[in-house]
Design a binder for this molecule. Structure first.
Ligand SMILES: Cc1cc2nc3c(=O)[nH]c(=O)nc-3n(C[C@H](O)[C@H](O)[C@H](O)COP(=O)(O)O)c2cc1C
Length: 179
């Protein structure tokens, strides 16, 4: 019988769009991981929830080119631990071109140094009705396009890809590649 193993999904979000991506990742992972795995959907208020996990998926919305503070803090927390398999994701770009340009230096550096397995960038959601006037002005200044640019098939595909990389479900030919 396989030992119990746990995977934690945690993310920082200001207006909920990234939270919903983390929710979906956790749901899909819970569906595809085999018996013996528990998926925990956690917030970032108590980083000790990451202790003891076998795998962690950590994400953040991008604001002004950076991860949100709570996610950056979590990244520092896990940086030295390196006790679990770690996947990172960012949400924010609201067009394909911006997606190519999105560079979250700290997350990319962790992949390069081998501390994280992958850093995935997902499209975000810009709902101007949820923004305060400062954010609305900033979004206009950077020519951000309002709308929901999240691709749920892409999110599901990445969750399955993580399960494959954990080596607990068979890899499919032509599965998701890192971005
Ligand atoms: C004021 C403001 C600044 C933003 N800055 C960036 C940015 O620098 N890069 C980016 O890719 N997206 C940026 N975005 C887009 C957000 O990251 C995107 O809307 C994201 O999905 C929001 O996630 P949340 O709903 O979880 O807060 C910005 C949005 C706002 C409102």
């Amino acid at each position: 019988m396989q030992a119990c193993r746990s995977l934690v999904v945690a993310a920082a979000s200001r207006h909920g769009g990234t939270c919903e991506i983390a929710d979906r990742l956790a749901t899909t992972l819970a569906e595809v991981l085999p018996e013996g795995w528990t998926v925990v959907r956690s917030d970032l208020s108590d980083l000790r929830t990451l202790d003891g996990a076998d795998a962690v998926v950590l994400g953040s919305a991008i604001y002004f080119g950076h991860w949100m503070h709570s996610a950056a803090r979590a990244l520092s927390y896990v940086k030295d631990a390196a006790l679990f398999d770690l996947w990172l994701f960012s949400t924010g770009p609201i067009s394909e071109i911006e997606s190519e340009n999105a560079q979250i230096i700290s997350a990319n550096a962790m992949v390069t140094s081998g501390q994280a397995i992958e850093h995935k960038v997902f499209g975000g959601r810009l709902d101007t009705s949820r923004l305060n006037w400062i954010e609305r002005a900033a979004a206009t200044a950077v020519h951000a396009l309002p709308g929901d640019h999240r691709d749920w098939d892409q999110v599901d595909e990445w969750a399955r890809h993580i399960a494959e990389q954990l080596g607990v479900v068979p890899a499919r030919p032509g599965g998701a590649a890192a971005s």
